[in-house]
Ligand binder design. Structure first.
Ligand SMILES: *Cc1c(COP(=O)(O)O)cnc(C)c1O
Length: 392
């Protein structure tokens, strides 16, 4: 490209953002509701830890908001993923299909089960797992014997497909669910980034047998740290509660535990924060959509930069807004990162592909030219809800 000036992109961003001297964060939390009130109640009553009314209220509120029957709160989103995989029947030496283009938590949770991540290709339209590339690949390497899918090359069972809704944009769930049915795979949704995102009119998390959320400080709503397991299955929900609460058999005083459980429950004080945040979620979603629409308009005429919009069948929460650089300016990515961060506009590249990380280099994987290309060209830009409150 002749005469490409990276500064021009930063100027376009600045046109959308507030004029302020302090750094504009990628995503900062907003506490404008009943946070103080509910947290104070925990302190005043002494119910700060592993039991208390806010935990069950938060679980009920999550179920009501998502219209998914059961929610089990956990200490973080990674712990939720770990338990979801165990409940899906993933055991040592199983393979789990998962995108290479994801945050480390998705992959680590598979490793915690002593299972093997098997990395798959993404698509540009959703930034998530590509159903067409995966269909071709499974045809080549998978076979179903006695209701179990095997990797013909490794001879190991392939148990599940763990998808991730990148930056809140839902993957093509129908196509992927169809593939899972054909190959006897359990579908699990890592919806950590997608609270408030809808696929064909339904909140994400109900197509998969299990789904997970995160309420880390940078997510759409936060509990400080926290997560949840979502499921429509009335049998899995109590199992999720049991496993995340040390597998203790209920009894007024006896300490009986009937399997190796986990201390993954969300403390009441964090749940209190969550209840207050969830009350504001519709307002956050509206503000985030405003910010996204402004970015979209700012880059609509650009030949070098595309704003990544929600897939046509979906409504995204626009958790993190993202730009896609045209291939001919991909070489300027690092320069753009340097300039924008120097000038007080926080930007970040998308994650390093998981199969390039030392501990996951030898995992099985398919060819993934699209994921490789996205890795080099996607940039995240400021996306806090407050950006949508303060401007007209
Ligand atoms: C945030 C996130 C998680 C969970 O993170 P925690 O910090 O453990 O709550 C999992 N997967 C993805 C894709 C995430 O973005």
């Amino acid at each position: 490209m002749n005469h490409f000036d990276p500064q021009s992109i930063i100027d376009q961003l600045r046109g959308v953002l507030p004029q302020q001297t302090q750094m504009i964060a990628l995503h900062e939390p907003y506490f404008g509701g009943n946070e103080w009130l509910y947290v104070k109640e925990c302190l005043d009553t002494g119910w700060v830890s592993s039991v208390g009314k806010f935990v069950s209220r938060f679980e009920q509120d999550l179920a009501a908001f998502t219209e998914i029957p059961y929610a089990v709160a956990t200490v973080n989103g990674t712990a939720a993923l770990h338990i979801a995989l165990l409940l899906a029947g993933v055991t040592a030496n199983d393979e789990v299909l998962t995108p290479s283009l994801t945050f480390i938590a998705t992959t680590n949770a598979i490793a915690y089960c002593h299972a093997i991540p098997h990395f798959v290709e993404s698509e540009e339209r959703t930034l998530g797992v590509s159903p067409s590339a995966l269909a071709d690949y499974l045809q080549e390497i998978a076979e179903v014997k006695n209701g179990v899918c095997y990797n013909r090359l490794s001879q190991r069972p392939i148990k599940a497909l763990l998808v991730m809704h990148t930056f809140g944009h839902p993957v093509d769930l129908d196509a992927l669910a169809e593939l899972c049915a054909r190959y006897h795979l359990v579908l699990i949704e890592d919806a950590a980034e997608a609270l408030g995102s809808y696929y064909k009119g339904k909140h994400v998390g109900s197509v998969g047998r299990l789904a997970t959320l995160s309420f880390n400080g940078n997510k759409t709503i936060t509990t400080g740290g926290g997560g949840a397991i979502l499921t429509c299955d009335p049998k899995l929900a109590p199992q999720a509660k049991h496993l995340t609460t040390t597998a203790k058999v209920p009894h007024p005083w006896l300490f009986t535990h009937d399997e190796v459980g986990y201390n993954y429950r969300l403390p009441n004080i964090n749940a209190a924060l969550g209840c207050a945040q969830l009350e504001q979620l519709p307002k956050f979603l509206a503000a985030k959509r405003q910010v996204a629409l402004r970015y979209q308009a700012a880059f609509a005429a650009s030949h070098t930069v595309k704003f990544i919009a929600e897939p046509s069948e979906s409504k995204s929460n626009y958790w993190l807004n993202a730009l896609l650089l045209a291939p001919e300016i991909a070489q300027y990515r690092d320069e753009l990162l340097r300039l924008s961060n120097e000038q007080g506009i926080m930007t970040r590249p998308i994650w390093t592909l998981q199969h390039k990380l030392a501990m996951y280099q030898s995992c099985p994987r398919m060819r993934m030219p699209i994921a490789e290309s996205l890795e080099a060209r996607v940039l995240n830009i400021p996306s806090s809800p407050i950006l949508g409150f303060t401007q007209a």
